[in-house]
Design a protein around this ligand. Structure first.
Ligand SMILES: Nc1ncnc2c1ncn2[C@@H]1O[C@H](COP(=O)(O)OP(=O)(O)OP(=O)(O)O)[C@@H](O)[C@H]1O
Length: 497
């Protein structure tokens, strides 16, 4: 039900409009001055405002501007006299949704109001979708699993999608694909163009749950400053997916039962019933009959929900799907990370023999991690599959392990060998090469030793001349020959002789 606020200083006009629109099922509020109109707009959050130009305190354009400052998407219809069409056009330029010339034809008036209400509704839905649901609906690509078990599930999905209202209860372990099946029902039904909204009943604190589902009136509780639409109102015409319904508090269960039976609900703190046309699809991984026995779940709601129960088998019971899903996720993730990869036979066997307690979600995560750590263009090997969740740091470490080429130890050894040979063969090695285990001291000693050897060789072992060549004292040369274990060549000559 839409709320209309009429702002006009003439009670004859406001009474006339109120009566006409109430008959059409609108909730109508009235204000007689511009300032009161602004106060009322804050209080009742109307869907549409009908605003007269000639008000005792402010003119219509001023009120319009203030209203649109409150909420840019507010839909305002201006009421104006026949002779002031230019002013009406100015109002439209300032964001008015439409204008109606006085005196007006009642039928045409009602059509305009209905049209703008519908626009307000769509704008609200759109805003909601953009803010809360866009992500969930985006990237909605999925794979139809080839197993016989899932073929039966899809069969039920398409049958139930043909019905407009039937309530569905989806059962299955966490991550098995319950939400995905709920979306599939929505997308294949006549409600597809309307919103699909999801609510995880376990994730919202009990005191906020009802306000999220049914909305609230201004002042319904301490933080409720303005009116808020709930999911049942936003999802009007579409599908509402109540995930983890087994965790819903008993008091809320009673209200859900009422909506299912009457298609009506009240906002928290509200006094009137609001109609909403939604299909409810609920899901749980709990055994609801067990919860009924323990007094945690209403039996009547259980029977009302499970008009069509759909049971999704765990992934380990439909092995046929594992590799299809793995390749699907590989392609999707590979595409977004710009990598071309394929599964090796050993990796495929590892995936098939794993138990998949986290079901499809776990498989998706394992493949995503594998895509991150596997070098582009290669095959995913068993060691690329991390079956346990990983922190970002662990993932980074693993990808470094696989993606950054391992040092070639043989090549490094050969290079060190080559350098060592060069060192003993002469002084042509490059000082710029800092090989593994490099020590400046050892390096300089090598050079020093080589100079001594060269000088002694050049002087035929004459220590005096060699010391001269090297620019050092003879006793220093003798000391260094000892230090570097250089034999006096003349001694060895003598002994050879
Ligand atoms: N057939 C499929 N094709 C592609 N992706 C799938 C398929 N089935 C499930 N997924 C993906 O697996 C993940 C888990 O699926 P979903 O959220 O539907 O599981 P769930 O049973 O609702 O989980 P939970 O119980 O935790 O809410 C999602 O990322 C979903 O996109």
């Amino acid at each position: 039900m839409s709320t209309i606020l009429v702002v006009d200083d003439e009670p004859v006009v406001t009474d006339y409009i109120k009566e006409a629109l109430s008959e059409e099922g609108y909730a109508v509020e009235v204000a007689y001055t511009g300032n009161d109109g602004i106060v009322q707009a804050k209080k009742v959050s109307p869907d549409v405002i009908i605003l007269d130009f000639m008000l005792p305190d402010l003119n219509g354009i001023e009120v319009l501007k203030k209203l649109r400052q409150l909420d840019e998407s507010l839909q305002v219809i201006m009421l104006t006299a026949y002779n002031s069409v230019p002013t009406a056009l100015e109002a439209v330029r300032n964001g008015a949704a439409d204008y109606i010339l006085k005196p007006f034809d009642l039928d045409a008036f009602k059509i305009t109001v209905a049209k703008i209400c519908e626009k307000a509704h769509l704008t609200n839905q759109l805003r909601f979708l953009r803010e809360d649901n866009a992500k969930k609906l985006a990237g909605n690509e999925f794979l139809l699993c080839p197993s016989v078990q899932m073929a039966k599930v899809y069969d039920l999905v398409f049958q139930v999608a043909q019905t407009n209202d039937t309530t569905v209860l989806i059962l299955g372990e966490s991550g098995a694909g319950k939400e995905h099946i709920a979306k599939l029902i929505h997308q294949n039904s006549s409600r597809a163009a309307k919103p699909f909204v999801e609510m995880n009943c376990a994730a919202i604190p009990e005191n906020l749950l009802e306000s999220e589902l049914f909305g609230h009136e201004p002042g319904a509780f301490t933080d409720a400053r303005s009116k808020k639409l709930g999911l049942f109102e936003y999802a009007d015409g579409g599908t509402i997916f109540l995930d983890e319904i087994g965790d819903m508090p008993l008091a809320t269960q009673a209200k859900i039962l009422k909506v299912l039976e009457t298609k009506e609900f009240r906002r928290v703190g509200g006094l009137r019933d609001i109609k909403s046309d939604v299909r409810v699809v609920a899901a749980t991984n709990k055994d609801l009959s067990f919860e009924i026995d323990r007094g945690n779940f209403r039996e009547d709601l259980y029977y009302r929900l499970q008009v069509v129960p759909i049971d999704i088998p765990p992934l380990r019971e439909r092995k046929e799907d594992i590799l299809h899903l793995a390749n699907f996720f590989l392609e999707m993730t590979g595409r977004s990370m710009r990598k071309r990869l394929e599964l090796s036979g050993d990796a495929a066997s590892a995936l098939l023999s794993y138990t998949w307690k986290g079901n499809v979600r776990e498989l998706k995560n394992v493949i995503e991690r594998a895509v991150i750590v596997t070098p582009n263009g290669s095959r995913i090997l068993p060691e690329h599959l991390a079956f346990k969740p990983m922190s970002v740091a662990e993932l980074a470490k693993k990808s470094e392990e696989f993606l950054i080429p391992k040092p070639d130890y043989e090549a490094r050894q050969a290079e060190q060998q080559r350098q060592a040979e060069q060192r003993s063969n002469g002084l042509s090695f490059s000082l710029s090469k800092f090989y593994d285990g490099f020590s400046l001291k050892a390096h300089l000693e090598q050079i020093e030793r080589q100079y001594l050897l060269d000088a002694l060789e050049k002087t035929g072992g004459n220590q005096l001349q060699a010391a001269k060549l090297l620019g050092i004292e003879r006793h220093v040369l003798r000391y260094q020959m000892k230090k570097y274990e250089i034999d006096d060549p003349r001694n060895s000559k003598n002994s050879d002789d």
